[in-house]
Design a protein around this ligand. Structure first.
Ligand code: ATP
Length: 301
């Protein structure tokens, strides 16, 4: 790659997630609060003379062709900007795949931001948001970062003021949870009564969680913890260890906990079951997220 740029793609956790009702377009109407964390994938994006898009990913579990969201982001951006040149991308995965941490979506957003910086050819912000939303419901959040409310199917983003930074542990048991399947298992039908009840309960916890760290709810816990009780058990362990917020992220299977002290986090880290992936990370404020996006040291050997 002669002309290339490196970008970080940060993961997200959900500080709460309410599924309101299934919509007529096949999606579910949700309300959530997204929060960026420092755990990240790394991308190296380069331009080349010939046409086409190539992706070289270090994780064989991630699709390398058109099914990769990075590929789709490139393709959509090239169509939007009428860009005929080729793009090659090296993708180093650190965010567990299928963990509800938004890895693929974040990679897609980082691709859009990286390619625009590399070429100097930028969509205006609303057009970039629309393009991101066409790639996936979580993608727009990763253009903004920090803390934000997600409405609609998650793609309508309303940035929130940052809370104070926290240490965070994320555990992933390696169980893949299919998001469409988790929605199906919720078994929601289209009723106004349910919608009203869900909106009211979202209001109850969001009023609190908009202001500070504290208890939060994720509707997917009901179905995911019923199937994998060990995920509920680790959440309870985090609560006993004095976490401020512990929750299933997205539709799982990652569970996270934030702590106001390294001592508590160290203590609880020792209790994580063998064989589970555990990531010590921290929450990122929006300005930090934006500052760190392009500060990437070369790939580790
Ligand atoms: P979602 O809730 O959108 O399913 P997630 O955070 O649980 O997302 P991801 O790590 O984004 O999970 O992966 C979800 C699916 O997307 C996987 O099945 C994977 O094959 C596919 N995928 C496409 N592109 C990527 C990518 N760049 N990184 C990881 N997975 C990707």
């Amino acid at each position: 790659m002669s002309h290339a740029i490196r970008v970080r793609a940060f993961a997200k956790i959900n500080l709460g997630l309410k599924v309101l009702f299934p919509r007529r377009d096949g999606y579910h109407e949700i309300r959530t609060i997204y929060q960026s964390v420092s755990l990240h994938d790394r991308l190296k994006i380069g331009l080349r003379r010939g046409p086409g898009i190539t992706i070289d990913c270090d994780d064989p579990a991630v699709p390398a062709g058109h099914d990769n969201l990075v590929y789709r982001a490139c393709e959509a951006w090239r169509a939007a900007r009428n860009y005929a040149g080729g793009v090659e991308i090296e993708l180093q995965k650190c965010i567990p795949v299928g963990g509800g941490l938004g890895g693929g979506s974040s990679d897609a957003a980082a691709t859009l931001m990286g390619i625009e910086r590399l070429t100097g050819d930028r969509l205006d912000f609303p057009a970039r948001l629309r393009l991101a939303a066409s790639l996936g419901s979580d993608v727009p959040f990763f253009l903004v970062g920090g803390r934000a409310i997600g409405c609609g199917r998650g793609e309508e983003i309303y940035p929130l003021p940052d809370l104070s930074s926290r240490l965070c542990v994320i555990v992933h048991p390696g169980i893949p949870v299919s998001t469409p399947e988790a929605y199906r298992e919720l078994g929601l039908s289209l009723t106004e009564a349910r919608e009203k009840r869900n909106v009211d309960s979202f209001g109850a916890w969001s009023q609190f969680s908009l202001l500070d760290w504290g208890p939060a709810e994720n509707d997917f816990e009901r179905v995911v913890f019923a199937r994998w009780p060990e995920l509920g058990a680790i959440k309870n362990q985090f609560i006993r260890a004095g976490t401020e917020t512990a929750l299933l992220s997205g539709s799982g299977s990652a569970v996270y906990a934030v702590f106001d002290s390294a001592r508590k986090l160290n203590q609880v880290s020792r209790t994580i079951p063998r064989g589970w992936a555990a990531f010590r990370t921290r929450t990122l404020r929006r300005r930090e997220f934006q500052r760190l996006l392009f500060q990437v040291s070369p790939r580790r050997p």
